[in-house]
Design a protein. Structure first.
Length: 140
């Protein structure tokens, strides 16, 4: 089943359960997918990137609120939790270090260049990762 179908089914389930937060965030994501897909076919990676972008936007809003001394919005945390279920599990720092050993990746003295080497290898292998975890794995 495609990610788009799964999102639509989850939206219908949220409507039946009267889960307003899930209905709202899934509706936003599906609307964004529809807007971007006008005139072109989106891949599942494109759809995942839309979900990641929405979570990132929520995290920026939460961070800004905390920096201003306001409390973080629980709704945004709940939205991120709902959307996070659709993303593939990201590699941990330890898993990235293990990958670097298994793939015999040699690091450069330049951290930026090393990150590029590792990220390229992770993408080629089809792994899902967070660049902060890559940076931490290289630093150790």
């Amino acid at each position: 089943m495609t990610l788009l179908k799964i999102l639509k089914e989850e939206l219908e389930k949220a409507r039946k359960d009267r889960n307003k937060i899930a209905v709202n965030i899934l509706g936003v994501v599906l609307g964004e997918i529809q807007n971007i897909s006008v005139g072109k076919e989106l891949t599942e990676d494109d759809e995942l990137n839309i979900i990641k972008k929405t979570i990132k936007s929520n995290n920026i809003t939460i961070k800004a609120a905390l920096e201003e001394g306001r409390t973080a919005d629980e709704v945004l945390d709940q939205e991120n939790s709902i959307l996070g279920k659709f993303l593939p599990q990201e590699m941990t720092v330890e898993q990235i270090k293990q990958f670097m050993v298994e793939e015999n990746i040699e690091l450069d003295a330049n951290t930026g260049k090393s990150m590029g080497i590792v990220i390229k290898a992770l993408k080629k292998a089809g792994h899902s990762f967070n660049s902060n975890n890559v940076k931490e794995a290289i630093a150790k």
